[in-house]
Design a protein around this ligand. Structure first.
Ligand SMILES: [Ca+2]
Ligand SMILES: [Ca+2]
Ligand SMILES: [Ca+2]
Length: 749
């Protein structure tokens, strides 16, 4: 077969903006599994430390398709087709539908790296059963998806060889994507056809610019501690590994250079979560305000403060994050700075499957996307209200939001912004719509630029239960502030409880056809129903709600230790146990509620960093914060003070006392996430301050994580990159339990 040779030299091509946004963000925090059809399995990570090793091999595994087991994925946006290795040893894409855009059909390959200032050659053979255009791209796999190397090729029924030489002029990318777009092109008719690829080869031919180990984030520190610092009276530890492990360590006053404390380092022990020996150093006895560092062996820590108001700014920023997530309202420059934007998502939304449009403007954007979801919003609102209820003195009226100075604690003004949206999500029969989003996740744009049709998804019993619960909670919290509003909240809660009474079967909580945004799925709505009855019992003392609660929770509240958006049992149990009227199954619920404490206690004691986790799943930082909050809620019920050390150490973990070397709160500490998976941060080119990143996910649930962290110990599976949506997204319900922890420690002093 004759091969026509086409060679293009695109040295240093950086065609930023060309055919960008070839696909929207592939996934979001709550939806790891349903975002795209991926046929790939785990990839081998190429060596990154030895400069010799980046040269001289084909980075595309099985590029000649000698094996039928390929690791290519497919992405469809209005197109359709089938990808397989054919019996001639070629990768064959059978196009069934070409869609409306060139990326309507995309095949892609992940699992290789490109290094700054290195030169690469990309080559492949391609033919088709018709004449057509195909777009070849090597692109960044996140953000604006711009290409590092790109060409539109004309493919015919003859095999052609394509070859490109390019220099990587941008920062090193450990997880780019090679893809071929085979959707709609000018002049192409929608006829069934096939496109064949073979001998796909990508290799480095010049590594003279390569710097070993460069480009993939800061090296973890050998001494980890709370990078913001400590309250004067607080418990204080630093954790050492590697060269920092010594018999003795010191705390040095940065201003004077003098040692203010020297003490013994605890014996080192192996930590399974990090895969290394670590040793704790307790310096709680240092209580004089100042700026310090810890010195041990040949290592020293980042500087940190000890002071009575050390967390004031970080606490405010963590709460202020909610203001910056507001939807349907203008964020003004005087308050929002670089993140100011006009009102977004103000149009009416269509109720799925109908012609009816309703106003559901307002509320908080959920996460890195602009969806608004009832179940996750309910968790966030509940956390903030609980924080205020238990620690009111921690909150004031000068947060820097539009309602600052109105005489009402700003946390309640902020929650009310969400509650006002929630009212709009309630149908006239009391059922509550699950969410409002566009059909797909948006590109990386500011919120007012997401202008697609808004769709309200059907009522779910989980959303309805959560709604009733937070509205009943609000009726108590706002009673002294605005009795009329509190009464409105209680009426809304009762109406939704009536809906639940009349609809005893599980409803909703799955994405309807054509909706690809976060699903927030659930298999069990008993905990949401129980939570609704518990809060209504607490709000009203009405024994009918106690009866309804007991009927469902008689043998125990499901998920009794969970403060999640899916398992809400701990909220339910706490509400029931903190009601002023003692409920009829109080003792059963108390045992049930507190049964999870010992596991958390033992995990916390065993881990060098006092992490309460044994495993690190997606959003592990939320579970860390939730565990601290759970202990404090149990304390509140029992009149104990057992949670103090655990709550403080979970907050310390989030702020730097962890194995990654990161303070996970954007804008605070010495090393914190700079590239969160968060559209306003991307659009502004700088991370919104005060956001908690998802944190380590040992399951490596995005291509970047898979590429960079393969083989990494569970608690170290973190990377600060906007492509790493399973590690570095942010959400309102990851921030909210951290607000709770801050409120606790600040109120304790
Ligand atoms: Ca072949
Ligand atoms: Ca206020
Ligand atoms: Ca549930």
């Amino acid at each position: 077969m004759k091969k026509k040779i086409i060679s293009a030299i695109l040295a240093g091509s950086m065609l930023i903006g060309v055919a960008s946004c070839s696909k929207p963000a592939p996934s979001e925090s709550q939806e790891p599994s349903e975002s795209e059809s991926v046929t790939e399995t785990s990839e081998e990570t190429e060596p990154t430390e030895d400069p010799d090793s980046i040269m001289g091999f084909n980075m595309i595994e099985n590029g000649d398709f000698a094996s039928a087991e390929h690791t290519w994925g497919t992405y469809f946006e209005g197109g359709d087709g089938v990808l397989a290795v054919n019996d001639k040893g070629e990768l064959q894409f059978d196009s069934k539908k070409i869609g409306a855009v060139n990326w309507a059909n995309q095949i892609y390959y992940d699992g290789f790296s490109l290094y700054k200032d290195c030169v690469y050659v990309m080559s492949f053979d391609c033919y088709a059963t018709i004449d057509r255009d195909v777009e070849y791209r090597i692109q960044i796999n996140g953000g604006d998806y711009h290409a590092y190397n790109i060409d539109t090729i004309h493919v015919t029924t003859e095999v052609q060889h394509f070859e490109y030489t390019f220099t990587m002029e941008e920062e090193s990318d450990p997880a780019p994507r090679l893809c071929f777009n085979m959707g709609k092109f000018d002049g192409l008719d929608n006829v069934a056809h096939s496109v064949m690829f073979d001998n796909i080869d990508l290799r480095c031919i010049d590594d003279s610019g390569y710097v070993s180990g460069a480009g993939f984030g800061p090296a973890a520190a050998a001494i980890n501690l709370n990078q913001i610092g400590y309250l004067t009276t607080g418990y204080k530890i630093a954790v050492f590994h590697g060269d920092a492990i010594a018999d003795k360590a010191a705390v040095v006053d940065v201003a004077t250079g003098s040692v203010v404390y020297e003490g013994a380092v605890e014996a080192a022990s192996y930590n399974e979560s990090t895969g290394r020996d670590e040793a704790r150093f307790d310096f709680s006895s240092v209580t004089t305000p100042g700026t310090y560092k810890v010195v041990s062996g040949s290592e020293e820590s980042y500087e940190f403060a000890i002071s009575d108001n050390v967390y004031d700014d970080a606490f405010k920023a963590t709460l202020r994050m909610f203001y910056l997530q507001r939807c349907g309202a203008e964020l003004t420059e005087d308050l929002a700075g670089d993140y100011a934007h006009p009102a977004c998502h103000t149009g009416e939304a269509t109720i799925y499957g109908t012609d009816e449009a309703i106003d559901v403007s307002g509320g908080w954007h959920d996460a890195g996307d602009y969806g608004r979801y009832v179940v996750s919003g309910a968790k966030a609102a509940a956390d903030l209200m609980l924080a205020y209820s238990l620690y009111p003195d921690a909150f004031d009226d000068d947060l820097g939001i539009p309602e600052s100075g109105n005489g009402i604690p700003d946390v309640l003004d902020e929650v009310r912004f969400e509650l006002d949206w929630l009212f709009k999500m309630q149908a006239s029969d009391g059922g509550v719509y699950h969410k409002v989003t566009c059909a797909n996740f948006p590109a990386f744009v500011m919120p007012e630029e997401e202008t697609g049709e808004l769709i309200v998804c059907p009522v779910s019993t989980t959303a309805t239960g959560d709604f009733a619960a937070v509205m009943a909670m609000a009726s108590v919290v706002y009673a002294d502030i605005d009795s009329e509003f509190a009464a409105k909240c209680l009426d809304a809660a009762k109406l939704s409880a009536e809906y639940l009474d009349a609809h005893t079967g599980f409803e909703g909580a799955v994405n309807p056809d054509g909706i690809a945004t976060g699903e927030y799925p659930d298999q069990n709505d008993a905990d949401e129903r129980i939570w609704a009855y518990a809060e209504l019992f607490k709000a009203t003392g009405d024994s009918a709600y106690d009866d309804a609660f007991a009927a469902l929770a008689g043998s125990g509240v499901p998920n009794a230790g969970d403060l999640g958006w899916q398992g809400v049992g701990a909220y339910a149990a706490y509400a029931y146990l903190s009601a002023s009227t003692k409920g009829k199954i109080y003792d059963v619920v108390l045992t049930n509620f507190t049964s999870g404490l010992s596991d958390i206690e033992s995990a916390t004691a065993a881990d060098s960093y006092h992490s309460s986790l044994k495993e690190y799943p997606w959003g592990s930082n939320m579970t860390i914060a939730n565990n601290g909050m759970y202990f404090l809620l149990c304390d509140a019920v029992k009149g104990d003070n057992k949670g103090d050390m655990i709550a403080r150490s979970q907050l310390d973990y989030l702020l730097g006392t962890n194995g990654t070397g990161y303070c996970f709160l954007t804008g605070y500490g010495t090393v914190s996430p700079e590239s969160p998976h968060h559209r306003p941060s991307e659009a502004a080119g700088a991370a919104v301050p005060g956001m908690i990143a998802g944190g380590p996910d040992q399951n490596l649930e995005d291509p970047y994580a898979e590429s960079v962290l393969s083989g990494t110990a569970p608690a170290l599976c973190y990377a600060d990159n906007d492509q790493a949506y399973s590690l570095n997204e942010v959400t309102i319900y990851w921030n909210s339990p951290v607000v709770f922890l801050f409120a606790y420690v600040v109120s304790q002093g």
